[in-house]
Write a protein that binds this ligand. Structure first.
Ligand SMILES: Cc1cc2nc3c(=O)[nH]c(=O)nc-3n(C[C@H](O)[C@H](O)[C@H](O)COP(=O)(O)OP(=O)(O)OC[C@H]3O[C@@H](n4cnc5c(N)ncnc54)[C@H](O)[C@@H]3O)c2cc1C
Length: 505
């Protein structure tokens, strides 16, 4: 990690999935690339595998607060380390389904078409799977899109209790599939016998933005990473057309760094907030915001944890998270609209339950957890211009208008039926709350029309030819699968495009 330069060819704000993968895509280009990351490298210490420290004490959560639409402050589950949110992710690196790129009618509205088809992104999906060492198996999921390559590694094996769950689900006619995972399970377990979902990665077997693409990028002498560098605003040229550079707070001082290309990869909430905070005389509503869409269309999946409990059967698994179900992804199984994706959570143990159910004695929770298989139900959130990130008095205000809850309630009801049919008589559910923007996206949407989108289909700002936004912000719809592989694939596609154009602004 290096000190701050005065200028650079390409300046990337943020080392998460978008920023790090984009940097990997430019590694061989010969351009000088500087990544500014506000966080530091996540330290390896006991708290990294301490379930109580992570879930009850929240030791890794940021100190900052955002406000909700009613002005109430909350602590968001949004992580600031080298590698960004992916340090904590469940490492499910799954492609959007082919029809996710098309307009799709849902119970409560329309999921819009992307400006290009699945086929356009497919070659970069394949490359992204290599960059992240995805472990998977084809041919089990009927919604799986066509692939030009095999998975780079075989799937992570089911533990014995999960193999039983797989058989039970198959027996009632469902089609469980092996989740595509960016995990080397032997290395992960060698550091500590815990799940990886929501546990921070100290470079021990999870392939996240730091251990995957950032490691590739930093192997090139042209790419450097500066940590503890908080970008506060972007500065535009006197006519407002170009981005001259960024203002950064580093070691207690405010500095200006100039750059040929500026790439914003701070995550969907922070990238939008930065553009809004950078308003000036020429761009009074914020940069890249002639259309007025910056900060709007905030999406985050609608999710519920579902514990399927069979008092006669123990679940002795450690990591658990190897199965998914897309049986109700495109319809409810009875000719009705799409419901969503179902996948295993990382193993839910008594200390995790206790962090959420503080009044229940932990020994009861331990008995419950010993017999439950723990699932994550995820439905698409539809874009709504009133669902938005704003900046008020310097603070981030997140006014998330949830949508498509009919589909999500339908998914919960359908899976309750299915798990009961599969021999789990007790079903317990808990919805995920609004303070966890894990799958945030959509706030700086791309599209062909500068009147209704902020970016073109290569994530270049319609208003500023040397500004790109390469993170979850660009997505015009959220689909109902995990977003990181799609962000990474688009980052590689954008990097190739910029190199092919010779970095011309
Ligand atoms: C607990 C959890 C589990 C998840 N599981 C999965 C999963 O299984 N599969 C999946 O696909 N997705 C998962 N996700 C979501 C996934 O992590 C995100 O979609 C992905 O990381 C988003 O990439 P990004 O580039 O948009 O932002 P991020 O990866 O969050 O990167 C943003 C980066 O910018 C930095 N930054 C922000 N502001 C500034 C600033 N002003 N100056 C400098 N740097 C800044 C941040 O510190 C961060 O490093 C999960 C997320 C969480 C929290």
């Amino acid at each position: 990690m290096t000190s701050l330069p005065h200028n650079t060819d390409v300046l990337i704000v943020g080392s998460g999935i978008g920023g790090a993968t984009f940097a990997a895509g430019l590694a061989e280009s010969g351009a000088t690339v500087t990544i500014l990351e506000r966080g530091e490298q996540l330290p390896d210490c006991a708290a990294a595998r301490d379930t109580r420290a992570i879930f009850a004490k929240g030791v890794w959560r940021p100190k900052e607060t955002w406000r909700n639409a009613r002005g109430v402050p909350f602590s968001p589950g949004n992580y600031y380390f080298v590698g960004g949110n992916s340090k904590f992710y469940g490492a499910v690196l799954i492609r959007y389904r082919e029809r996710d790129f098309e307009a799709l009618e849902h119970a409560d509205g329309l999921s819009p078409a992307w400006p290009f088809s699945y086929g356009e992104l497919e070659p970069w999906y394949a490359r992204a799977e290599t960059v992240f060492n995805v472990h998977g198996r084809s041919g089990e999921d009927p919604t799986e899109p066509p692939r030009s390559t095999a998975f780079p590694h075989p799937s992570v094996p089911d533990e014995p209790s999960i193999a039983v769950a797989r058989q039970r689900l198959k027996a009632i006619g469902l089609k469980p599939f092996s989740l595509p995972l960016a995990v080397d399970i032997e290395r992960w377990l060698a550091r500590g016998r815990t799940p990886w979902d929501a546990y921070p990665d100290t470079r021990c077997g999870k392939f996240d933005a730091e251990t995957g693409p950032l490691a590739i990028a930093l192997a090139s002498p042209n790419v450097s990473l500066v940590t503890g560098a908080l970008v506060e605003r972007l500065v535009s040229s006197s006519d407002g057309r170009q981005i001259a550079g960024v203002e950064v707070l580093y070691e207690g001082e405010r500095r200006l760094i100039s750059a040929g290309l500026v790439v914003l990869s701070a995550g969907a909430v922070n990238s939008a907030a930065l553009l809004l905070r950078s308003a000036n005389e020429n761009c009074p509503t914020g940069l890249a915001n002639r259309s007025g869409v910056v900060g709007r269309h905030f999406m985050n999946h609608n999710c519920t944890a579902m514990l399927a409990v069979d008092p006669r059967q123990r679940n002795d698994s450690v990591y658990q998270k190897t199965l998914g179900l897309n049986d109700f992804y495109f319809d409810d199984g009875r000719g009705g609209p799409p419901l969503g994706n179902v996948q295993l959570l990382g193993r839910i143990t008594a200390p995790i339950l206790k962090a959420n159910l503080r009044l229940v004695p932990e020994r009861l929770l331990a008995r419950l957890s010993a017999h439950s298989v723990d699932w994550y139900l995820m439905s698409e959130d539809l874009p709504n211009p009133e669902s938005r990130v704003r900046v008020e008095g310097g603070d981030i205000v997140l006014d998330w208008r949830r949508s498509n809850m009919t589909a999500h309630r339908g998914l919960v009801a359908r899976m309750r039926e299915m798990f009961r049919a599969a021999g789990y008589p007790i079903i317990l559910t808990r919805p995920f709350d609004r303070r966890t923007p894990s799958h945030q996206c959509g706030t700086v949407r791309f599209g062909d029309d500068p009147d209704t989108s902020a970016l073109d289909t290569y994530c270049r700002a319609h208003d500023h030819p040397n500004l790109f936004v390469v993170d979850a912000s660009f997505m015009p719809s959220s689909a109902a699968v995990n977003p990181a592989l799609t962000i990474a694939a688009q980052a590689l596609r954008v990097a190739d495009h910029i190199v092919a154009k010779g970095f011309a602004a």
